[in-house]
Design a protein around this ligand. Sequence first.
Ligand SMILES: [Zn+2]
Length: 389
Amino acid sequence: MQPTKKLYYDSSMLCQFSSEVLDCTPKGDHWLVVLAATAFYPEGGGQPADHGRLGNAQVLDVHEKEGVIFHTTNQPLSVGTTVEGEICWQRRLDLMQQHTGEHILSGLLHNMFGAENVGFHIGQEFVTMDMNIPLSEQQLLQAETAANQLIWKNIAVECSFPSAQELEQLDYRSKKEIQGQVRIVTIPQGDCCACCGTHLPYTGMVGQIKLLDWQNYKGGTRLTVACGGRALADYRIKRQQLAQMGAMFSLPANQAAQGAQKLQQQLEQTKAQLAALQNVWFDTVAEKICPDQSPIMFVEGLSGDGLRSLCLRLCERTPLPCGVFSSKEQGFGYAIGQKDGNITALTKAINQTFGGKGGGKPFLTMGSLQATQQEIEHFWNTYKEDTTP
Ligand SMILES: [Zn+2]
């Protein structure tokens, strides 16, 4: 089959066209349509395929094989007729904003710090870029600023097919060895790269480039980036969340973090006050324990520290085993202790009986188990009777 004429290389802004249908083959529930010429970009070079319509048929996917472009449609088209095509411009513009933005940022990271882009993916919400070297926050912010300055200069993006001789003289980025004619995308002062994708004609149309996150990845740096409309959408979500957070503290959105910090300080103070009050209460409770008692107590709302603290106080009042339980989301958390004793066997038995987990020192164990208060009390009293000589 003759290679398809790629109208998107004549103009990446073309979204409506007409062309002759050369072939239409059923495939599963869909059809594979070949045209003489198309503005639909097939998946390739990290850029997803265009969607849109051919006549009344929806174009769901587009791919290229040996120069022929196949449109996956939900309806058949008559071979030999001329069909009107329209690509989904919102999707294409978004993909070109992400793709062109990636060129600018990758090119600048290459020029400024010698970083190579070794992976690129346009996801549903964000773009992921893998750079082959570690990059500091300062370096990344420097590149982000330079990238946005290049956008504001609104420079023309140039695409060309240089001859083999011209190519030899050219210093360009390339991810792999390319067979046949190489297409070079040049953004003066920004990037020079071999690429088969579609790009915006001017850098200004990228709108903006925002680095959302970065982390160490396989000895290099993985960047999460949003360009153009995606950067605006991300800004809206973040502003809304900050405004909501600020409102909780009666502060403007840009002071929400101070509000959260203050809240955290107050929480720490409250925790300290609660612990002090708990200790006073624990002392009062422990005073009532007699030396011949093996106390078991159920107290609501105790943390691990609270369980331990109360249990150790009870152990000071009696040489017999002491147990403190506090209900959790499921079952109970516990601390079991015995002054100068060994409650290893008791802990093992209670864990086995109630599917519990936990352990610790011979004189103090902590854990959790699944049972009702009555079941635990019954076990405690029975177990004590069994060990009585
Ligand atoms: Zn490209």
